[in-house]
Design a binder for this molecule. Structure first.
Ligand code: ZN
Length: 442
């Protein structure tokens, strides 16, 4: 009773800077379990950020935490999207922010848990960056400082008519700012993803539940076997029934629930069991699960960690027999300290032997000093001016490749083949191979 009261007061104190807890990590590492443990301890509710678990049904192959193991903790954004729908980042952003506000209003702690780390962008507020890659020339500076609204507007109109059209010529402060961005970045503000700086919307504690692949790999393999033996196969058939009834083709597997690991892998066998053996499908599912886990780690190191300037607390879940000491107790300490005073979480970021994960080559620059102006031209997407869409910097490029627009364009059959060949060449060795060094981020 007293503890609950104290907690209320604590949450009340943080009204000006509402707090959010995030548990990141690969599939099969125990995020859901940790989330429930922390929710019970700190009066929290769970918000799902796994792009497959938002869909209705199929709890086994999407790996939803079993209801009896949720121990009464409320789970949001789970199990409510129809199979005909396509869930995407902007919808998650809307729904997640609503959920967070709602949980805060009830004096509780939102805990975001899920493997789709791409969705964590919902937690960032984007605003135009205050510094560029070069200083304006003397002449440019003179114009910027002239206070001549018409001249500044005219200059902006010449370099970026799209953005100029958005402002009234008398809105000198903003018009001047846009022109300054153009001068200092060399990029049109209207298409400048790169001129965005990330800021967290909430006072957020990021936990990374980590397991090395040597111990995670066999766990994932065993989980696949388990899934298939305990209802997963029936779910795959259930999905297949819907797929057939809607006369989908394999291209559909790039969208919505159809991307779930297991479906595409079993599709050839479901279509023609004489052509593909069941064992092959199981093996493919295991391989893809491991690949997915590796990609998740890569995303955390390369995308999430730079976005939050390295402020993530790593918990080692490699040895499940030491969960209580290495995960549960540490996480409780970190969260308690964060709720007390988020400025000084009284804990090291990572055990010494795992600190290298936070300081990889992927983390050489924070977004603030990010000077990655590499232009990635997407061969299948067009911008407003019907030019090839350009993403500036690898970071924005990776985000673009996961966007709904890009995926939609990808699905328009013809473009798909050309793109895949291009992407194979450009991406395969550069971003997906773990051995590569990202030159553009260094
Ligand atoms: Zn694209």
């Amino acid at each position: 009773m007293l503890r609950r009261l104290l907690q209320r007061v604590r949450m009340g104190q943080s009204l000006f800077q509402p707090k959010v807890l995030v548990i990141a990590g690969t599939t099969g590492v125990g995020k859901s379990q940790l989330a429930v443990e922390l929710a019970l301890r700190f009066n929290g509710e769970v918000i799902n950020s796994d792009s497959m678990q938002v869909y209705c049904g199929v709890p086994i192959i999407t790996n939803k935490h079993p209801i009896e193991e949720r121990r009464g903790v409320k789970h949001h954004l789970m199990d409510y999207v129809g199979w005909h729908e396509e869930y995407y980042l902007h919808r998650f952003e809307q729904e997640c922010l609503q959920c967070i506000d709602d949980i805060h209003r009830r004096g509780k702690l939102p805990i975001i848990v899920g493997g789709t780390h791409y969705y964590l962008q919902a937690l960032f507020q984007k605003r135009v960056k205050g510094e560029g890659s070069r200083a304006p020339t003397a002449a440019e500076q003179e114009l910027l400082n002239s206070g001549d609204a018409d001249a500044v507007y005219e200059a902006l109109g010449k370099v970026d008519p799209d953005i100029a059209a958005k402002y009234h010529p008398n809105d000198i402060r903003r018009v001047r700012r846009m022109l300054e961005i153009y001068y200092t970045t060399g990029t049109k503000p209207s298409r400048t993803f790169a001129a965005q700086e990330l800021q967290l919307r909430y006072d957020t504690l990021f936990l990374w539940l980590y397991s090395d692949m040597d111990s995670l790999g066999p766990r994932l393999d065993a989980r696949v076997d388990n899934m298939l033996a305990n209802g997963g196969m029936a779910e795959i058939r259930e999905l297949y029934g819907y797929y057939r009834n809607n006369t989908y083709s394999e291209e559909q597997c790039q969208n919505g629930i159809w991307q779930v690991i297991g479906f595409k892998e079993f599709l050839p066998w479901l279509e023609n069991s004489a052509m593909e053996s069941l064992e092959t499908c199981v093996d493919k599912m295991k391989t893809r699960t491991r690949q997915y886990a590796k990609k998740q780690i890569k995303w955390i190191r390369k995308m999430l960690i730079p976005d939050i300037s390295g402020k993530i607390y790593l918990l080692d879940a490699s040895d499940l027999s030491r969960w209580d000491n290495l995960v549960h107790m540490k996480a409780v300490k970190m969260a308690a300290s964060f709720l007390e005073n988020s400025e000084e979480v009284a804990h090291e970021l990572a055990p010494p032997e795992l600190q290298f994960l936070l300081t990889s080559p992927a983390r050489t620059s924070s977004p603030k000093e990010n000077k990655d102006w590499t232009h990635y031209k997407c061969p299948i997407c067009r911008d407003k001016n019907d030019q090839e869409l350009t993403a500036i910097g690898e970071h924005n490029w990776l985000i673009h490749t996961r966007s709904r627009r890009h995926k939609a364009n990808l699905n328009r059959g013809k473009k798909k083949k050309a793109y895949e060949e291009w992407a194979k060449k450009k991406l395969a060795e550069e971003m997906i191979e773990p051995s590569s060094t990202p030159t553009s981020l260094s």
